[in-house]
Design a protein around this ligand. Structure first.
Ligand SMILES: Cc1cc2nc3c(=O)[nH]c(=O)nc-3n(C[C@H](O)[C@H](O)[C@H](O)COP(=O)(O)OP(=O)(O)OC[C@H]3O[C@@H](n4cnc5c(N)ncnc54)[C@H](O)[C@@H]3O)c2cc1C
Length: 364
């Protein structure tokens, strides 16, 4: 891609803001970042996330295009991660889906939808013996499973940490902390002068990556609360991501290095950021224990909450405004979609419409 050294303002330093800033720096551009978040990213949905990259299992419960966008990202993630200075934990053994005896009707429905939405080589049915070969400790509790080989997950916290270092150490990036209520030409001029001591006329574009915080400027944006639990379980040795069919939420267990696991996530139509409810905590802990008795002695490292920024169709959007671009609506799919959608966005910035893959979702 051609580089012609432009200067961009990115508002919001969550998953999309920091990934985009990094990619723009790699292309030789300058970036200013203004965000209300701390540098760690603790105010970002992507910091709480399980960071599953599951094109097939997510497409089953959403829409087929999710698989297409997800597979594009699945191909890009290893390339992007290889460009980082340290190896980030990236599990690409696939996802195993299981259900308890009482949830077999749900499992049958899930399987039917998989047959309807996906192609036959996207998944296979595992007998108990095959499950033993794939994930021996899971076969202690389940006689059958579905296996989706082309899925992965990554260590989001390590990714955030590395991106923070890259962005803060780059001489082409300035990163300031500050709340931005509303974006318009006047507020952008004020930001440029107050935080970066230059005029906004320096910016080639302003890019709004505030996620849930962009509601004043994106009125059809909504929030979907998600709760997760992080545990350290020395007695559990799962190497796959595991999805547990559950009548209320699509629970999944994402492995992390050193026997840590993230189990999530509730899906509640709400912008409530208050702590995890007792009900959700109980459901998540019993889901954990029902997968493996070794979770009984696990230590709870964290129970956290964040809201996913979502549009009405639960698909991401890129919109042109009079002052710049909005990139938002990543919903449950920030990790699943970001490399694909950010790559498209870079083609939009670079005026290469023929290279854009998922233009139906953009208003540019
Ligand atoms: C519990 C949970 C589990 C998830 N699991 C997965 C998963 O397994 N796989 C997957 O693909 N996705 C998952 N997601 C979704 C994913 O995390 C989001 O889609 C993604 O983080 C959205 O990225 P974003 O940059 O748009 O928003 P965010 O990551 O939320 O970042 C927004 C940033 O903007 C800043 N900001 C907000 N308002 C303002 C303001 N007014 N002024 C200045 N700065 C502001 C915030 O501080 C934050 O840094 C999960 C989300 C949650 C909550």
């Amino acid at each position: 891609m051609k580089t012609d050294n432009k200067h961009y303002l990115i508002v919001g330093s969550g998953l999309i803001g920091r990934l985009l800033a990094w990619r723009l720096l790699l292309l030789g551009h300058r970036v200013d970042i203004i965000s209300r978040d701390d540098k760690q990213g603790t105010d970002s949905a992507g910091f709480a996330a399980a960071a599953m990259i599951s094109p097939a299992t997510e497409a089953i419960s959403t829409e087929p295009m999710v698989k297409e966008i997800g597979l594009t990202s699945l191909a890009l993630w290893p390339q992007w991660l290889a460009e980082l200075p340290e190896k980030v934990f990236y599990q690409n053994h696939g996802t195993i889906v299981v259900a308890h005896a009482g949830d077999q009707a749900e499992m049958a429905r899930f399987t039917k939808r998989a047959e309807h939405t996906l192609s036959p080589n996207d998944f296979s049915v595992l007998t108990k013996q095959q499950l033993q070969q794939q994930e021996v400790e899971l076969a202690e509790h389940f006689d059958q499973a579905l296996f989706f080989k082309d899925e992965s997950c990554l260590d989001n916290r390590h990714l955030y940490q590395l991106l923070t270092t890259i962005l803060t150490e780059s001489e082409h990036c300035q990163w300031q902390e500050g709340e931005v209520e509303k974006l318009n030409t006047a507020s952008i001029e004020q930001i440029a002068q107050q935080y970066f001591a230059h005029s906004s006329t320096e910016y080639a574009e302003v890019i709004d990556c505030r996620g849930n915080g962009a509601k004043h400027d994106l009125t059809d944006l909504r929030s979907v609360r998600g709760e997760v639990i992080r545990v350290h379980a020395p007695e559990v040795n799962f190497k796959h991501a595991i999805r547990l069919i559950h009548p209320r939420y699509p629970f999944y267990l994402a492995p992390r290095p050193n026997n840590e696991y993230v189990l999530g996530a509730t899906v509640i139509e709400s912008d409530d950021m208050s702590p995890v409810s007792v009900r959700s905590g109980l459901e998540m802990m019993s889901a954990l224990y029902s997968l493996h008795k070794g979770f009984a002695e696990a230590r709870v490292l964290e129970m956290s909450v964040h809201c996913r920024p979502a549009m009405i169709n639960n698909m991401p959007t890129i919109r042109r405004t009079e002052w710049g671009f909005q990139i938002n609506g990543f919903y449950r799919h920030g990790f699943l979609f970001s490399p694909a959608i950010i790559s498209d966005f870079l083609h939009i910035l670079n005026d290469q419409p023929e290279q854009i893959n998922f233009g139906d979702y953009y208003h540019v």
